[in-house]
Design a protein around this ligand. Structure first.
Ligand SMILES: NC(=O)c1ccc[n+]([C@@H]2O[C@H](COP(=O)([O-])OP(=O)(O)OC[C@H]3O[C@@H](n4cnc5c(N)ncnc54)[C@H](OP(=O)(O)O)[C@@H]3O)[C@@H](O)[C@H]2O)c1
Length: 333
């Protein structure tokens, strides 16, 4: 794989308060500073990519900007001792695609310290089927395990289950032998979620119904919450004694409306999950587990492939909660 002198990328420009997004031809000399240059094979779309593509304020630091918070590819040039030309690499997080140019182009240049080697057992396409969403799902499972969750403790709830993080979380938990209850607002995804490993479904409507008091009956040994807002507050009130909930997302709301009683009377743990600045040793551990413990056939079930030209529609869809599972972006198609 060699550097492309001219390459295609999604470029965002800002004029006053208006952000425009178009595919443009860029030259290698346009790439930002960094010690590793990568020929990108695949990227993906996450919820945050949707926000960046729609020009949501507060994410992108400078324009013109190339979005795409994740990519996989092949190193073409490196001044970093850890990487050489030809190495297969993966990038998620570190505010790439927000504060730094990201993966929605055929070439990228980044700090080598942000990369991880493509894990043994995965190819670049599969790594992007996982992407930030799947990596975050693994971090959430690891956090729950660190706080004592084991399959014999009881049901584990995953909210926003048919989305990217949710789908991978259901698949990982299912393959680890957990009894997984999938919380979804889309009944048409029930068969899909069952195939991924869910043992039961709960509707978004039921999850949104407030409990009668500050605590309700003990129902969840663990939970991975992708939506925040009233659902997170409600599920905390239904956690079992010493149960843990990993707070991952805000697809419904960034607000948390809850009492402290689940913490004081049931010893419940609310665990924050951050994938962006996650330190490298934990990053490597999470990727190694994903390569081993996420069944490839489930990854195929979760994922579909699209191109750079499809991104504007995908951005609308992911922010409207309409994307099922994970969408891989083939940047060279
Ligand atoms: N902490 C981190 O490091 C980190 C990393 C990645 C993502 N995130 C966050 O995690 C969340 C999920 O990301 P994703 O990439 O999986 O997004 P996604 O694919 O869009 O999934 C979000 C899911 O949430 C549900 N949902 C959407 N709107 C909702 C609403 N108003 N009320 C209740 N449920 C709603 C939908 O699931 P159903 O159709 O099944 O109901 C939707 O598929 C996002 O908020 C994202 O920003 C955080």
């Amino acid at each position: 794989m060699t550097d492309l002198d001219i390459f295609r990328a999604v470029l965002q420009r800002k004029d006053g308060n208006t952000v425009t997004t178009a595919i443009e031809e860029l030259s290698a000399s346009d790439l930002p500073d960094g010690d590793v240059t990568v020929a990108v094979d695949y990227s993906t779309i996450n919820y945050k990519d949707g926000m960046v593509l729609k020009g949501t304020p507060g994410l992108v630091r400078n324009y013109p900007h190339v979005p795409g918070i994740d990519f996989s590819g092949t190193v073409t040039a490196s001044d970093n001792p850890d990487y050489s030309a030809g190495d297969k690499v993966v990038l998620t997080g570190w505010r790439v695609g927000e504060a730094h140019w990201g993966g929605y182009g055929q070439m990228a240049r980044v700090k080598g310290d942000w990369l991880v080697p493509l894990p043994d057992g995965l190819d670049g396409r599969q790594a992007m089927a996982i992407g930030t969403a799947g990596f975050t799902a693994m971090l959430a499972v690891m956090a729950l395990e660190d706080h004592g969750l084991t399959p014999d403790r009881g049901d584990v709830l995953v909210t926003g289950a048919a989305g990217g993080v949710g789908s991978v979380a259901v698949a990982i938990l299912g393959s680890l032998g957990y009894s997984v209850v999938a919380g979804t607002g889309r009944p048409e995804t029930h068969d899909y979620l069952t195939r991924l490993g869910a043992t039961a479904m709960i509707s978004r409507q039921e999850l949104e119904t407030p409990p009668k008091g500050p605590l309700s009956s003990e129902r969840w040994a663990g939970a991975i919450d992708n939506v925040g807002g009233p659902i997170l507050g409600n599920l905390l009130a239904s956690m079992m004694y010493h149960g843990s909930c990993a707070a991952v997302g805000l697809a419904a709301s960034p607000k948390l409306q809850a009492t402290v009683l689940p913490f004081l009377l049931r010893g419940v743990n609310l665990l924050g999950i951050d994938s962006v600045m996650c330190p490298k040793p934990r990053r490597l551990a999470a990727w190694a587990r994903l390569a081993k413990e996420l069944p490839i056939e489930k990854l195929e079930e979760i994922s579909s492939v699209a191109t750079l030209d499809d991104l504007p529609k995908l951005a609308d869809d992911i922010l409207a909660g309409k994307v099922k599972g994970r969408v891989i972006i083939d940047v060279n198609a």
